[in-house]
Structures are given as C-alpha cells and as structure tokens.
Design a protein around this ligand. Structure first.
Ligand code: HEM
Ligand code: HEM
Ligand code: SF4
Ligand code: SF4
Length: 437
C-alpha cells in the first residue's frame, strides 16, 4: 500500500513509453521489502515521499522545493546540488533531497560490474533514484541527506575511483560524442580529448574560480552528436583539410540500389529509388559535387564539410586524412542577453594527444575572461560586450574571412589610434585656421 495517493501520477503509468512513475514505485517497493537487509542511511520511504510531493506539485501546478541549498564536500566548491522540500512535515523522506553529480566516463561506456558497485553505494546512502545522465553528462544521483555526502564521496573515490562532477562558477563536467570508439566519421579521438581535458583542469572543475560557469564539449565531426556548438562555451568539432575520399565502385553500388542511402535511416517510408543527383548532388550546399553518370567528383576547395554527402553514402564517401578540429566559442542559453551558439574562433587546430594546441587556446581565453568577464557573465556575453576582435587578439588569431558569416553593414567602425596617421590628439585652433566659424 503506497504511502500517498497519487491519482494524477498513476495516469502516467499507461502508454507505451517507459514510465518513470512505475519505475519509482518499483524502487519504493524494493526498499520496503529490503531483500538485502540493508541498514538504509536515509529514510526508507524517500521514493514514496518524492512521489507524494510530486503529486502535490501536479495538483498545485507549482514546485515544492525551497530556494537554493549550499552543501558539498571538503576540498571542493561544487559537485552537489543541495535541495530541501518546502513541506518537510508532510514529506519527511525528502526533507533533504540533495543531488550528487558524478563524473561519467567519456562516451558513457560502462561495465555491469562498475554500475552494480555504484548502485550498491547509492542504495545504501541515497534514494535509489538517478538520472542517467544529466544534460551536461554527469551521472546524477538524485536525493540524499547532508550527513551522507562525505560518506558517498569517500566511497566513490576510494572504492570506485570516481570523482564528483562540476557545479557552480567553474569548469563543468566535459562531455564528448562517442567518436572513434564506434563512428567512422570521427576526425579525432573525442574520448581521449574529453578525458585529457577533464584531468588537466581538475582544479578548475572542483574549485570555482571563474566569473561564471564554463563548459567543454567535443564532437568528432560537424554532425554534432554531443551538440557542442549549442551547449558548450568551448566547442571542439572535428573536421579535415584535404578532400573527401570517394570509392567509385561503392558509389555505383548506391546508384544500383545495392547499398541503402543514409544506411537505411529512411527505410520506414517509401522515398522511391535512390537518386544520386536529387539526394546528394543537388543537396550539396556548395554545389561542389558533380556526377557524370559513372564517376562522382568533389571540388574540395568549395566543400564546406557539411557532412551531407558522407551521411548519405557512408560506404562510398569518407572523411579526409588530414584531420583536426575547429574551435568555436560562446554558446549559451538565453539568460541574460539572449541565446547564442558558438562562433568560429580557430578554423583548424591539430587534435592529437596531448592536445597542447587546444589547451593553449583554452588558457588564453580563461586568462582574459577571468580578468575581464563580469560577475555571472558567460563567455558568449563577454564576447558580445568586448567584441570578437578582442577574443581573436587574446587567442593570437589573425582575423580571417572565416570568422564571420558576413561582414558588418553598419559603419560604426573602431580604429586603433596607431592605425590612423596623426593619431587622436588634434588642436581645434589648427582646424580653425582653415575653417572659419
Ligand atoms: C536636405 C535635408 C537634409 C540633409 C542634407 C541632412 C543631412 C544630414 C546629415 C549629413 C546628417 C548626419 C549623418 C551622420 O551623422 O552620419 C544628418 C543626421 C540627422 N538628420 Fe538630417 N538632413 C536633412 C534633413 C533632415 C530632416 C528634415 C530631419 C528631420 C525632420 C533630419 C533629421 C536628422 C536626424 C535626426 C539626424 C541624426 C541621425 C542620427 O544621428 O542617427 N534631417 N542629417
Ligand atoms: C517624450 C518625448 C521624447 C522622449 C522621451 C525622447 C527620448 C529620446 C531618447 C532617449 C533618445 C536617444 C538619445 C541618445 O541616443 O543619446 C532620443 C533621440 C532622438 N529623438 Fe527623441 N524623445 C522624445 C521626443 C522626440 C521628438 C518629438 C522628436 C522629433 C520630432 C524626437 C527626435 C529624436 C531624434 C531625431 C533622436 C536622435 C538624436 C540623435 O541620434 O542624435 N524625439 N529621444
Ligand atoms: S559527432 Fe560525428 S564523429 Fe561524433 S558520433 Fe556523431 S557522427 Fe560520429
Ligand atoms: S560535405 Fe557537404 S559541402 Fe562537402 S561536398 Fe559533401 S555535401 Fe558538399
């Protein structure tokens, strides 16, 4: 018998999609039965009280968590999101309901052994509820009490070799697409870069030293499977410099219908026979592809590496061999001054371990933004306030047409004094000698 009536939530147990309500109820039942005879360190009925407070929020149409919450572990300035229920008498099981962020492995590959060990810790010291994973990438352990935080931290570091993730005005947990582990489009080893950057900048991740949050994300190619361009202040996106490799026999196999276009991604609907001209040649944004009926060719100078042709004919077209990445900066959500995607800063950078070229760009940006960024101002906003030109200067980038989608149309152009013959110090009496009032 459930502790609270949840008629609204019960409705979410129907339908084909996996129901979070059914799953939470199952965990509530499991804790009530306690088959392993655990000495639960937080209330046994924590998941039931969570459903209770959620049902109340469904009725009221408003949240029942108090504002904020500052908790953590010694040595670190972030990693735990404190939270307290505003109805603690009614729902004592979630009076404290803190979230612990754990740093996930690159690409989120696990062994059952690891996940079991993690669940064992969490069953004992937490609610038994998780988020796999947070949007930034972390393993999210949802709901525990303050006294358990150091206990959990001790166990994950000593027994799981796992650290906390980031929160607060610091470097947040980096994340990557699965890259070369199982994608033939990957232009560099995203997992290696994510791991390297996470390790290199542990201090920046665990102890807030920035004007505001800062995120890294690493995509292996422009398809953007980790959405670096939209969800990270510092976005590294793989690309290549030479030409796309074309296997003419495989092109013919696509034309003959032996290979499915887009690896069969549109097989749920009849789109007719594959038409190379309509589906690839005419879709190329640069009109860089030609097809004479037997040979496909690509003008590499005009190709913008959009991935369309490769995505459509993955068995015939391959990324080039001179690989690296582009660095783009400034993506952020709307608050305060509007949403931004990242803007191109370094068109092409080497992306080989130990990734020194990439680290240099990061550190130059941090040196600048940590001094010049205003309180709670994202890098993207600092770029708007102090200009892309300033960012290019501090990162040692020569301005290049690729830095803009189009040139400015307003004429409010700043010149540096040294660029202007005679400088800015002028005498009005000199001018009046030639122009009477
Ligand atoms: C033959 C008629 C006019 C001429 C030759 C003329 C010329 C100019 C010039 C050279 C400027 C300076 C532009 C700059 O700073 O880049 C200016 C600005 C301005 N003019 Fe005129 N103007 C004329 C008529 C008018 C009229 C009839 C009005 C209003 C009813 C007007 C309103 C303004 C305003 C408000 C500005 C300032 C715009 C700004 O700073 O953004 N002008 N005009
Ligand atoms: C209650 C009435 C008004 C208020 C509160 C007001 C307010 C302002 C403000 C805040 C600015 C910008 C100043 C700046 O950029 O530093 C401005 C500029 C301007 N206003 Fe008004 N204004 C009023 C009425 C008018 C009227 C009646 C006219 C014209 C018939 C007018 C014409 C202009 C022009 C031409 C500018 C541009 C001046 C420049 O760029 O140098 N305004 N006004
Ligand atoms: S971003 Fe590119 S390399 Fe990474 S998984 Fe997606 S398609 Fe593959
Ligand atoms: S990658 Fe894009 S721009 Fe380049 S040839 Fe293919 S479709 Fe055209």
């Amino acid at each position: 018998m459930a502790k609270h009536a949840t008629p609204k939530l019960d409705q979410l147990e129907s339908g084909p999609w996996p129901s979070f309500v059914s799953d939470i109820k199952q965990e509530a039942e499991n804790r009530a039965k306690n088959p392993k005879g655990l000495d639960y360190q937080i209330p046994v009925d924590c998941p039931e009280d969570l459903l209770g407070v959620l049902e109340l929020s469904y009725n009221d149409g408003e949240t029942h968590w108090k504002h904020g919450g500052i908790v953590g572990v010694f040595g670190y300035g972030g990693g735990v999101i404190g939270r307290y229920c505003d109805q603690p008498e009614k729902f004592p099981g979630v009076a404290h309901f803190h979230t612990v962020r754990l740093n996930q492995p690159s690409g989120k590959y696990y062994t059952s052994e690891y996940l079991r060990a993690l669940c064992d810790i969490w069953d004992l010291r937490g609610s038994g509820l998780t988020n796999m994973h947070g949007s930034t990438g972390d393993i999210v352990l949802l709901g525990t009490t303050t006294p358990q935080l150091e206990e959990i931290f001790w166990e994950v570091t000593h027994n799981l070799d796992t650290d906390l993730g980031g929160s607060g005005s610091n470097l947040r947990t980096p994340a990557d697409c699965l890259g070369q582990t199982r994608c033939e489009y990957a232009c560099y080893d995203t997992s290696a870069l994510a791991l390297e950057m996470t390790r290199e900048y542990q201090d920046e991740l665990h102890r807030p030293a920035f004007p505001y949050k800062f995120k890294f994300k690493f995509d292996g190619c422009p398809n953007g499977c980790v959405a670096a361009i939209a969800r990270s202040d510092f976005s590294v996106i793989g690309t290549w410099k030479d030409g796309i490799k074309i296997d003419q026999a495989a092109v013919k196999a696509y034309v003959a219908g032996e290979f499915k276009p887009n690896a069969g991604a549109h097989s749920g609907r009849d789109w007719g026979k594959f038409d190379l001209v309509e589906e690839v040649v005419k879709r190329c944004p640069s009109e860089a592809i030609s097809w004479d009926g037997s040979t496909m060719s690509i003008d590499r100078k005009e190709c913008v590496r959009c991935m369309h042709c490769i995505n459509t004919m993955p068995r015939a077209l391959r990324i080039g061999d001179e690989r690296g990445a582009s660095i783009l900066c400034g993506a952020k959500a709307p608050i305060l001054d509007g949403a931004q995607m990242s803007s191109l800063v370094v068109p092409f950078v080497e992306a080989e371990a130990p990734f020194d070229e990439i680290k240099e760009v990061v550190e130059n940006i941090w040196d600048w933004w940590m001094e010049e960024g205003k309180n709670r101002e994202r890098l993207g906003e600092t770029m708007k306030r102090l200009s892309l030109q300033k960012l290019l200067e501090v990162t040692g980038q020569q301005a290049d047409p690729r830095h803009v989608m189009e040139p400015r149309h307003n004429p409010y152009i700043f010149f540096k004094e040294e660029e202007v013959p005679g400088g800015w110090d002028r005498d009005i009496t000199e001018y009046r000698k030639r122009h009477l009032r």
